[in-house]
Design a protein around this ligand. Structure first.
Ligand SMILES: C[S@@+](CC[C@H](N)C(=O)[O-])C[C@H]1O[C@@H](n2cnc3c(N)ncnc32)[C@H](O)[C@@H]1O
Length: 258
């Protein structure tokens, strides 16, 4: 007997870590946060891809994530560092602590939240919790995949392979997205995540996981920020500091808690 969920989580964490080699988002975030050392909380820090470089840049960093396989990759990357901490927590249900100068909702976290509450409420909640965790005058940093035309981005009946490869346990396979649709009225994107794995002992796993995510508009994010007591200071549509427009693909927001 084996636990499919554990095998898939381990495979996903290895694939994520191997795949995410582009660091342009991290370099950009560092340039916005600035050189003066700050107390930084990264919400959903995963394997430390952002957390560790922030610590190396001199900030005192803490990361929260509920995926043990992701978190267990941090120690090897953070050897000898004294200014880094991480904790296994569900960022929807658990407390984040207080007195941070910066809270990071980076790497598209607004669209990667896993929660058993309404998706839009979860997005609103993480912005509110960011405010509660900050000192007055502290900043929230949001980096969110964004388009002015989500109906074109998300409507895709074809299969898109996200990861393909072999993990450190010798389990091999792929994860693909399919049947993606978008409802312009509700902002909901529905799709299937398909896992097809061949385990090192020859067992095959195939799982189709129906998923629903909410695409928050810029107007909604602005409203949630205002409701949580933030004022937007900087906003960009890409890592070249262009404003959000037809051709840009991100919403990067730096907002101060009043
Ligand atoms: C795409 S990864 C990003 C990791 C990291 N920020 C980076 O840039 O490499 C998204 C992370 O969000 C975490 N996550 C999603 N929902 C969460 C929740 N409710 N509580 C804690 N972590 C969560 C996942 O475990 C995963 O590690």
């Amino acid at each position: 007997m084996f636990n499919e969920e554990i095998i898939l989580s381990k495979w996903v964490s290895d694939m994520y870590d191997m795949d995410q080699t582009d660091m342009s988002d991290v370099e950009f975030a560092l340039s916005i946060v600035g050189e003066k050392p700050k107390r930084v909380l990264e919400v959903a820090c995963g394997s430390g891809r952002i957390l560790v470089p922030f610590g190396k840049a001199g900030h005192t960093v803490k990361g929260l994530d509920f995926d043990a396989y992701m978190l267990e990759k941090i120690p090897a990357k953070a050897k000898g560092m004294k200014n880094i901490a991480w904790q296994k927590s569900d960022v929807i249900k658990d407390d984040w602590g207080k007195e941070y100068d910066v809270v990071m909702l980076a790497a598209n976290f607004l669209f990667n939240i896993i929660a058993d509450i309404d998706y839009e409420k979860a997005q609103m909640l993480v912005i509110k919790k960011s405010s509660d965790a900050l000192v007055s005058g502290g900043h929230i940093y949001i980096d969110y995949g964004y388009t002015l035309h989500p109906e074109n981005w998300f409507a895709n009946a074809n299969e898109t392979v996200v990861w393909q490869g072999t993990d450190s346990n010798g389990n091999t396979g792929k994860m693909a997205l399919l049947d993606s649709s978008f409802d312009s009225k509700t902002g909901l994107n529905k799709f299937i995540r398909r896992f097809e794995l061949l385990l090192s002992d020859g067992t095959e796993i195939r799982q189709d996981i129906p998923s629903t995510k909410h695409f928050a508009t810029l107007e909604q994010i602005h409203q949630w920020l205002e409701d949580a007591g933030f004022i937007v200071e900087e906003e960009y549509g890409d890592y070249r500091r262009n404003p959000i427009r037809e051709t840009t693909n991100r919403a990067i927001i730096w907002a101060r808690k009043m």
